[in-house]
Design a protein around this ligand. Structure first.
Ligand code: ZN
Length: 289
């Protein structure tokens, strides 16, 4: 809990990899990302343990991936009046049966890894109540969040910025922390846009940075993260291209990426299957653009 400002942030994720953070102000509450489906009930218990009788008012989704968005349907079921806030792209993804099927399959894989065999299926209830984009505002009573479009990891990625406490709620377009000064690039759809999002963040005053799959970092660590992320985005691309020019095979390029980023820290929040899927998109993109 953070008592310096007029809000508190709690980690309410049920299992590693399905991180979700509860932002609570005196008036409102918002869940930032919502984890998997199979363990959503456990997350709801953690939310209730913080909120007590108060309802959850918002779910803010940084993007539509299964490990971030699946739990939102369970929150909506528990608190029907809450508003799920996400980009129009995310709403479009939720509306596709093929996307929901993929989310279901990936949740089954993650459930197996966590030894979970039974849960209530609610992914058909996935919905977005409030589509937001660049410049839109989300009011949590005394706290106003501004929406920043941040495509790069996916087309549907958004971030939220609170100028008074200089809090940036980031998304995976800014990378995922893999170790000390090591940030894994997660650009699955666009390298230049990912770089632009990082450059933009580096011009903003940021005292607190909420990192997906990690949590809140503060002070100089924010700048250090952004600098490391920018370095590794450019450097990974350079190393992959150099290796490709030297005649390395696709398997060798995948190994290069894996040796760099599949650290113990990353392994905790990203199962091998998810890492391989991400690398399968990131590597060709970094080679192409
Ligand atoms: Zn993602």
């Amino acid at each position: 809990m953070d008592s310096v400002t007029n809000y508190s942030v709690y980690d309410v994720g049920a299992v590693p990899g399905g991180e979700a953070f509860l932002l609570v102000t005196a008036e409102k509450s918002a869940l930032i990302d919502s984890g998997f489906s199979f363990c959503a009930e456990r997350m709801l218990e953690k939310i209730v343990a913080v909120l007590g009788e108060r309802p959850l008012n918002y779910v803010l989704l940084t993007h539509s991936h299964y490990d971030h968005a699946s739990g939102s349907a369970y929150c909506k079921h528990r608190w029907p009046d809450l508003r799920i806030v996400a980009s129009a792209h995310t709403a479009k993804t939720f509306a596709k049966e093929s996307a929901r099927r993929l989310m279901r399959e990936l949740n089954v894989g993650a459930a197996r890894l966590n030894g979970c065999t039974e849960w209530v299926e609610r992914l058909d209830e996935l919905t977005v109540d409030c589509c937001v984009g660049e410049g839109d505002a989300v009011s949590l009573g005394g706290m106003n969040l501004r929406v920043l479009a941040a495509p790069g990891h996916t087309r549907c990625c958004i971030m939220f910025y609170e100028p008074v406490s200089e809090l940036l709620i980031s998304c995976e377009t800014l990378g995922v922390l893999a170790g000390a000064e090591l940030v894994m690039p997660c650009c699955l759809v666009d390298y230049q846009l990912s770089l632009a999002a990082l450059d933009r963040a580096m011009t903003m005053p940021i005292r607190r940075l909420l990192l997906p799959h990690h949590g809140l970092i503060e002070g100089d660590a924010c700048r250090d993260f952004l600098r490391a992320s920018r370095y590794w985005l450019i450097e990974t691309r350079r190393r992959l291209r150099e290796a490709q020019a030297a005649g390395k095979s696709d398997a060798e390029l995948r190994q290069l990426f894996r040796d760099l980023f599949y650290t113990d820290m990353l392994r905790r929040v990203q199962p091998e299957q998810a890492f391989d899927i991400n690398a399968g998109y990131s590597i060709p993109l970094l080679l192409k653009e």
